[in-house]
Design a protein around this ligand. Structure first.
Ligand code: ADP
Length: 586
């Protein structure tokens, strides 16, 4: 297992940012290990002093009282140093996790949509939570434990080998064996754990889908089938957990057995050496005590190897995101655009997702006196076009101009202040109505919130709720219908005061009359809004100044409603299909 480049980057963080805590921790580790290893040494001396080199002689109790006091003092000191080691170790780990979490979340806020399109949200959450936890644990159970273990084994080895070379080697013989067994078992436990997480994920999904689709399950009477699906997923989990228990118990038993075998050998050959007077009884006692103390840290070798393996994979996944380059960003000459928009102009725009060309040579413009509607079959590229205007993606070719200024030269914050997209993917936070409405302008007061919700025709509904604007939305609060969600989303736009407003099929669940009233309210907001409406319903665009019929990424027809009807092309066919006497333009 090679220590990855990313792991080295993690190790460099405390070396750069937590020098003081790292130094305290390492000094504390040196003292903790040395003090602990000195106890068997003094114990051996005491026993020799008590017997005074002669086993037959009466025991003197005084040296035992002295060693008792000494062990007490040493343990106390060891405890203090151990506390510092644990505290600073945890502190460094937490501080690294905090920094990584912040940079990770920061990065996610700024990464372009082209990145978000290619990754699964669940994976990003896992990286942000579980992988950062893996890195955090690595500081204490990896870096610092590596030092602690090294000092324990080194000092232990020096002390036992000084007593007797052969007996010393025998006393150390369990270390490589236990080290290998615990590492192998820890690594296979880790593989099994990853498998278990996946299986628990499936179990959760089965349960989640069953609960979310409870009505469907009951109406088709599929409870038995669902139960069967759940039992299969559940028994797979049981099998994996059994394997987990088997690996754990086997490795613990093998390690205890190995340790006891080498301990028995040391006792047997040690006793012979005592009789031969090559070592003293105190030295034999010290050997046994060293072994007992060493076995604890040695069993942690597996944990150390596991921690390195986990952090190595976790850091690679984290840096995979942190190292992503941001392609939609401000350039050096980005300007703070705050002017009223006289015109938004799209010039020869083309765009592809990878190799899939979605928009070809699109040109049109909108201004406060010239609103634009866009219709066309699904997959024509309408939503993509709407997302290019606030620069969610960079264009392949062509330009988008605000009052003649290329949007790539406008500071993103100002650009998105000027252009507001009411997306078809309406999103509401699990928060109160008030906070959801003023999401774009958190400083808005109640008067403004009321006015915008009135214009979006959602005020009466909110006002009828027991807690009015303080009512929570979402799983713990009220549920909203599709139309209500859209109205709420539109009310955000009323509050945001953007100069260019794009509706991407975001009023489809609102009845035609209300939609018309909302549009009129928008016109009344001032003469200075440039409106672009994408819709499936002809009634949503038929009164706009220009309508574009988009198909396979190109504009097939353009003109106002009358002109397009007269043309008798695709738009006219769509209109006839949706025709309804009250929708006809007079
Ligand atoms: P419309 O809004 O007219 O239905 P879209 O703009 O959503 O059309 O989609 C146009 C084409 O681009 C479709 O072929 C669709 O599969 C593809 N597409 C849309 N979004 C993405 C994306 N994020 N990544 C890759 N391809 C996409």
């Amino acid at each position: 297992m090679s220590i990855s480049r990313n792991l080295v980057r993690i190790i460099k963080i405390p070396l750069r940012d937590n020098k003081r805590d790292l130094a305290i921790s390492i000094i504390a580790i040196i003292f903790t290990a040395s003090l602990q290893m000195s106890i068997p040494y003094y114990l051996g001396l005491t026993i020799d002093k008590a017997f005074d080199g002669n086993i037959q002689q009466d025991l003197s109790i005084t040296p035992f009282i002295q060693i008792g006091i000494l062990v007490f003092v040493l343990s106390l000191l060891r405890g203090v140093f151990h506390y510092f080691h644990m505290f600073t170790g945890e502190k460094i780990g937490q501080s690294i996790a905090f920094k990584l979490r912040k940079s990770y979340f920061d990065k996610l806020q700024n990464l372009s949509f082209s990145f978000h399109d290619t990754v699964h949200t669940g994976d990003l959450i896992t990286k942000g939570i579980i992988d950062i936890e893996g890195v955090r644990l690595f500081v204490n159970t990896g870096i610092l434990r590596f030092f602690l273990l090294g000092i324990f084994i080194l000092t232990g080895a020096v002390l036992v080998l000084r007593i007797d070379l052969i007996l010393g080697l025998l006393a150390l013989s369990f270390i490589p064996f236990i080290g290998i067994v615990s590492s192998v078992s820890r690594l296979s436990l880790r593989q099994n754990w990853i498998k278990l997480q996946e299986q628990l994920g499936i179990l959760t999904r089965v349960m989640d889908e069953n609960l979310s689709g409870v009505r469907l399950v009951r109406s088709f009477m599929r409870q038995k089938y669902e139960l069967q699906k759940f039992s299969i997923a559940s028994s797979v989990v049981r099998k994996t957990t059994f394997k987990q228990i088997f690996i754990k118990s086997t490795s613990i038993s093998i390690n205890s057995f190995t340790f006891l075998i080498s301990m028995s050998l040391v006792i047997y050959f040690g006793a012979l050496s005592v009789v031969d007077q090559t070592i003293t009884i105190g030295e034999l006692a010290a050997l046994i005590a060293f072994m007992s103390i060493l076995q604890g840290p040695v069993r942690h070798i597996g944990q150390l190897v596991n921690s390195i393996a986990r952090a190595s994979a976790a850091s690679a996944r984290l840096y995979d995101v942190l190292d992503q380059s941001i392609d939609v960003k401000n350039n050096k000459k980005s300007i703070k655009f705050n002017d009223p928009v006289e015109e938004i102009k799209i010039e020869n725009l083309s765009f592809s997702y990878g190799t899939n060309e979605v928009l070809k040579n699109i040109s049109f413009s909108a201004n406060p006196k010239h609103s634009v509607g866009i219709v066309g079959p699904p997959g024509a590229g309408k939503t993509t076009l709407s997302r290019l205007l606030p620069r969610f993606y960079n264009l392949n070719s062509g330009r988008i101009l605000l009052n003649g200024i290329n949007i790539e030269d406008i500071n993103l914050e100002y650009l998105r202040n000027s252009i507001n997209l009411v997306d078809q993917d309406l999103f509401l936070f699990s928060d109160t109505f008030r906070e959801n409405v003023r999401f774009g302008r958190p400083t808005a007061d109640q008067k403004e919130i009321k006015s915008s919700t009135l214009k979006a025709h959602i005020y009466n509904h909110i006002d009828s709720l027991p807690e009015r604007f303080e009512t929570m939305i979402g799983e713990r609060g009220v549920q909203l219908s599709g139309g209500q969600r859209q109205r709420l989303s539109v009310s955000r736009t009323f509050l945001y005061h953007s100069k260019v407003v794009i509706f991407d099929d975001s009023t489809s669940a609102i009845d035609t009359q209300t939609e018309k009233e909302i549009r009129e309210e928008m016109n009344e907001l001032g003469e200075n809004i440039s409106l672009i409406v994408i819709a499936h319903r002809i009634s949503s665009v038929m009164n706009l100044d220009e309508i574009l019929y988009l198909d396979k990424g190109t504009i097939l027809e353009r003109g106002n409603h009358r002109e397009l009807i007269k043309l008798n092309g695709k738009y006219a066919t769509l209109y006839k299909m949706q025709i309804n006497p009250e929708l006809r333009v007079k």
